[in-house]
Design a protein around this ligand. Structure first.
Ligand code: SF4
Length: 159
């Protein structure tokens, strides 16, 4: 069975976008990353193994911003943080701690379950962002996971 390496905030982003109505992800030619590839794999295989990381993942590897094993992109919307890599690491550490995730592989459906069970924690993860964005992120993530479960779980039971 194939294993993907993924940052947990990327995993949540994928389901947020799925909840927004994206069914098939397309390449970002400008950035060159593999978000679309990994997202499509996740969408097609609920039993795909996910190895979590707070460093560069399979999405980052071909990205034009990924150099010297670091994200070199910059951000301007979070006070006191300019490097996207620093912000992402903060988000991913929070997700791992708040959801008690560990250094093992999780199948996509299992990870969905863990994140969905305490979806309210999303507000604590992106706490630097404004309330409207946090709510939108939360609601679309929930919608995406519910749609995915209805598609793949044989009993359609939402945790
Ligand atoms: S290197 Fe940075 S910008 Fe590129 S995919 Fe990774 S996190 Fe995103």
């Amino acid at each position: 069975m194939e294993t993907i390496i993924i940052k947990p905030h990327h995993f949540i982003d994928i389901f947020k976008l799925y909840g927004s109505g994206i069914e098939e992800f397309v390449p970002d030619v400008k950035m060159g990353h593999h978000f679309y590839l990994i997202a499509n794999k996740i969408m097609q295989n609920p039993y795909l193994d996910c190895q979590l990381t707070i460093e560069g993942d399979d999405i980052c590897q071909p990205c034009h911003c990924y150099q010297n094993h670091q994200c070199q992109d910059t951000i301007f919307h979070i006070s006191g943080i300019l490097k996207k890599g620093d912000y992402n690491r903060l988000l991913d550490q929070r997700i791992i701690e708040l959801y008690h995730l560990c250094d093992k592989k999780y199948q996509v459906l299992t990870l969905c379950e863990k994140l969905y069970q305490h979806h309210e924690l999303i507000a604590q993860i992106w706490k630097e962002e404004d309330a409207n964005h946090i709510k939108q992120r939360h609601d679309l993530f929930i919608k995406g996971v519910e749609k995915y479960i209805l598609k793949y779980k044989s009993d359609n039971h939402i945790y």
